[in-house]
Design a binder for this molecule. Structure first.
Ligand code: FAD
Length: 558
């Protein structure tokens, strides 16, 4: 039987960082991923990573901007850790070989990002995530960490109140395996694809949220779903906030820089929730161009675009047939990031013993109601390290788990059911996935209200019913992506259910969660986190206080 002290699920930045720091302590560590590590979604991060790098920029200012950005829902102890450890994290990356852009004095150059009072974003052109992911992958290879590459976790094993392993499919052979581990760290990333469209890769299906939820670990603030202000209308691809950081304008059909009316001080660089709502209001009130507003960089110097924004120039050319040097590009708010996730403490521990989490999968919570651009890459590294370290401490104190082989049976039956159903009569996973994604976008997007949320709730319940009859055309074993896709949809429906239940529960507007039927923030009743547990009868909701250290809630304007 396969066995490790610590098993990390996910090889994005959070997973690889957790594995590296766990391995440093000399225990047996393995990392498991459904795609090759450098194909993880971290690869797509364009704009950069935040840190207070300049002498006259105390980390407390970065923390304050993050707290304000979170609409005071972020836990301030966690935000203090994030921001105070940021500069040393950048230096570590530098030393590993990340070639950050340099300024005229040879210092790490900084660009402006939304919701921050000054420039604080370190970057590598507009391919920051790609460079970071490749560099950290080199470190993983150097450390000789075992990688289960193209393996898919189907469920977590929980025994005697503790998680002690996973069931996973080797996609190459289609075989299911039980992998024992004293501690499991879920770094499975976000669930952008529960929405359609989304800026996220197709693999961002939130598997870890559903798997943690199913073994009793609550998910926190799942209603906080970030819509990014600048995604392409066709496929939802992202045009980095770095463009506005370099000075891009947003204009409406009348040619107005409409942000003047919504955020007169910060304009295009207000927080993402504020800019997305402003755009959606312009669109809803008819000052749009085919459901979009325009991102305009024509006034920027050609060299700046070619050197710092070349990837988004290519995206514009490829998907919209527009050269951003010559013409403004249509954009609209699109699903981008999950602020919520598996509830952890600042050491990465969840509510279930033996189960840890970091990165977008986790909610520690540093982003609260709205994440600042470029704080997520930072979150993956700071909290990946902590989760890796504390999982080892826990694993050190316990003996090897004893799990009967029969535990494989349940997952085997589920998969055999999918394979054996008649594909003519069964339900197509793709159809269920599309219906779910479109419902979520329509009713649980930038603006929400009770009746729309209830419609979404009904639709998701119906889709879950239909999922029982899901079937596939490919009946083979080797690299059966048809089965993989079907398994993912089953997990995604649980994530959708948790998001909708949490959005119905929070009867106020805060951060990315804007209820048109409760348009004000209500600190008296709702300065608290939502926690959703999976019960036999469906989602069960509770609340948890927000940790406040230095910054009292105040009115939020930009
Ligand atoms: C287009 C785009 C641009 C972005 N730009 C920025 C930016 O400039 N700055 C910033 O701070 N943030 C940015 N973000 C957000 C940031 O990139 C992500 O939040 C972050 O990289 C997530 O890292 P992660 O390690 O948590 O997960 P990921 O990198 O998504 O990795 C998840 C891993 O989990 C594995 N996995 C998942 N489910 C399973 C399963 N069932 N079995 C086995 N393995 C599994 C996957 O194979 C993968 O290896 C951007 C996001 C997107 C989508």
């Amino acid at each position: 039987m396969l066995e490790h002290d610590v098993l990390v699920v996910g090889a994005g930045l959070a997973g690889m960082q957790a594995a590296l720091h766990a391995a440093k302590q000399g225990v047996s560590v393995a990392i498991l991923t459904k795609v090759h590590p450098v194909r993880s979604h971290s690869n797509a991060a364009q704009g950069g990573i935040n840190a207070a790098m300049e002498e006259d920029d105390p980390w407390e200012d970065h923390a304050y901007d993050t707290v304000k950005g979170s609409d005071y829902l972020g836990d301030q102890d966690a935000i203090e850790v994030l921001c105070s450890e940021a500069p040393e994290t950048i230096i570590e990356l530098e030393h590993m070989g990340v070639i950050f852009n340099r300024g005229s004095r040879g210092q790490i150059d900084l660009r402006a990002f939304g919701g921050q009072a000054r420039k604080r974003t370190c970057y590598v052109a507009d391919i920051t995530g790609q460079v970071m992911l490749h560099v950290i992958y080199e470190q993983l290879m150097k450390a000789g960490t075992q990688v289960y590459e193209e393996w898919f976790v189907t469920s977590l094993v929980r025994q005697n109140d503790a998680v002690c392993g996973v069931i996973a499919m080797d996609l190459r052979s289609g075989e299911l395996h039980l992998i024992k581990a004293k501690a499991v760290i879920l770094c499975t990333g976000g669930s952008g694809r529960v929405y359609e469209p989304s800026s996220n890769a197709l693999i961002c299906t939130g598997d870890g949220y559903a798997q943690a939820y199913r073994v009793g670990a609550p998910l926190m603030d799942m209603e906080m779903v970030q819509y990014h202000p600048t995604t392409l209308p066709g496929n939802g691809a992202l045009m980095t906030e770095g463009a506005r950081g370099e000075g891009a304008y947003l204009i409406n059909a009348n040619g107005e820089r409409f942000m003047e009316r919504y955020a007169p001080n910060m304009m295009e660089l207000a927080s993402r929730d504020v800019v997305s709502r402003a755009e959606q209001t312009e669109i809803n009130e008819g000052r749009d161009i085919n459901g979009c507003v325009l991102l305009d960089v024509r006034h920027l110097d050609r060299n700046t675009i070619m050197q710092k924004l070349s990837q988004i120039r290519e995206l514009g050319l490829e998907y919209e047939g527009i050269d951003i040097i010559e013409e403004p590009c249509p954009v609209r708010p699109g699903m981008h990031y999950m602020m919520g996730g598996i509830k952890t403490d600042i050491e990465g521990a969840t509510f279930v013993k033996g189960l840890y989490s970091a990165g977008e999968a986790a909610c520690v919570s540093v982003h609260g109601g709205n994440r600042l651009g470029a704080n997520s890459l930072l979150d993956t590294l700071v909290y990946g390290k902590r989760a890796g370290t504390s999982a080892v401490l826990y694993a050190d104190g316990i003996s090897s788990p004893d799990i009967p082989d029969s535990r494989l049976q349940e997952d085997r039956e589920h998969i055999n059911g999918i394979l054996s159903r008649n594909s003519e009569q069964g339900e197509r996973a793709a159809a269920l996935r599309l219906a779910m994604g479109q419902t979520m976008h329509q009713h649980v997007g930038v603006f929400r209200e009770q009746s729309g949320l209830e419609k979404a709730q009904d639709t998701i319940a119906t889709l879950k019913e239909r999922y029982r009859n899901v079937s596939v055309d490919d009946k083979g074993k080797v690299f059966n992506t048809d089965v993989l896709f079907a398994l993912e949809v089953g997990l995604m429906l649980d994530v959708a259910e948790a998001i909708v239940a949490s959005a119905l529960f929070r009867t106020e507007s805060r951060g990315a969660h804007y209820r048109t039927d409760f348009p004000e923030r209500n600190d008296d009743d709702w300065l608290k986190h939502t926690l959703v547990f999976s019960d036999e009868s469906g989602p069960r909701l509770e609340t948890l206080p927000v940790t406040i250290t230095q910054w009292q809630p105040a009115r939020r304007t930009y």
